[in-house]
Design a protein around this ligand. Structure first.
Ligand SMILES: [Ca+2]
Ligand SMILES: [Ca+2]
Ligand SMILES: [Ca+2]
Ligand SMILES: [Ca+2]
Length: 237
């Protein structure tokens, strides 16, 4: 699901003259999505980032005709913690999926609950536990329709190295993360079955300001991408 690729906001990565530089602060990001890729776009996503570099809203225009097909909206508390994310799948003003986020006393995310239909009954939840360094050690997903799944996280030098997803019905999946010299994610490999045969590879490039430029998703990891997302940005100030 494409939303999962782009849900994360900016982080403070550079200090310039004492002021923290936030790559996506007050930016509008446009992401062109091309399946094939054949140069014919399958849609455009528009991201509105707030002053903290986090998304306030993401809209999707499938036909690129200026009419919004779906909308994701984000709500934060006064400490900039994400409280609530809503997805309106056909842009009719009615929420179709609501995801609510819960934190402990130290502002660590401990649970997210997904309510399909926004009817007060959750269909999916993910709980997180942390190691002594404050890094996620375990994610447990419970899904009403499909499965219960555990994700075992490993870290290296403060960067997420891998997640081993253990699913009693579908088997294990290992997702491995690789970073460039700026500690930005440049490759993500998904190995279904953990047999060292990679079923999906994502390659990510970044601009000089630490903003995503392009994501190529390669099904089969054969060097030929099937999906390409290309970014451009317009920022205030
Ligand atoms: Ca295409
Ligand atoms: Ca529901
Ligand atoms: Ca495999
Ligand atoms: Ca391929």
């Amino acid at each position: 699901m494409l939303w999962l690729l782009v849900a994360c906001g900016g982080e403070e990565t550079k200090v310039d003259g004492g002021e923290p530089f936030i790559p996506l602060a007050n930016c509008v990001g446009t992401m062109d999505f091309d399946a094939g890729p054949d140069g014919i776009l399958e849609g455009t996503y528009t991201f509105l980032y707030n002053g903290r570099g986090d998304p306030d809203e993401v809209t999707y225009d499938q036909e690129i005709d200026g009419t919004i097909n779906s909308r994701m909206s984000y709500l934060y508390d006064s400490n900039d913690l994400l409280l609530d994310r809503t997805w309106d799948g056909n842009a009719d003003g009615i929420v179709d999926i609501r995801t609510t986020y819960f934190y402990d006393d130290h502002d660590f995310l401990i649970e997210e609950r997904q309510d399909n239909g926004d009817d007060g009954t959750d269909e999916r939840s993910t709980t997180y536990t942390y190691d002594g360094a404050g890094q996620i050690a375990l994610a447990t997903i419970w899904d009403a329709d499909i499965f219960r799944e555990d994700g075992l996280y490993t870290w290296s030098d403060g960067l997420q190295e891998s997640i081993l997803w253990r699913n009693p019905e579908r088997g294990d999946t290992l997702v491995s993360y690789f970073y460039n010299v700026d500690r930005l994610l440049e490759r993500e490999d998904t190995d279904l079955g953990v047999d060292e045969v990679i079923e999906q590879r994502e390659l990510i490039t970044w601009d000089d300001l630490g903003r995503e430029l392009q994501v190529n998703k390669d099904i089969g990891a054969d060097g030929v991408p099937e999906y390409r997302s290309s970014w451009s940005y317009v920022c205030e100030g």
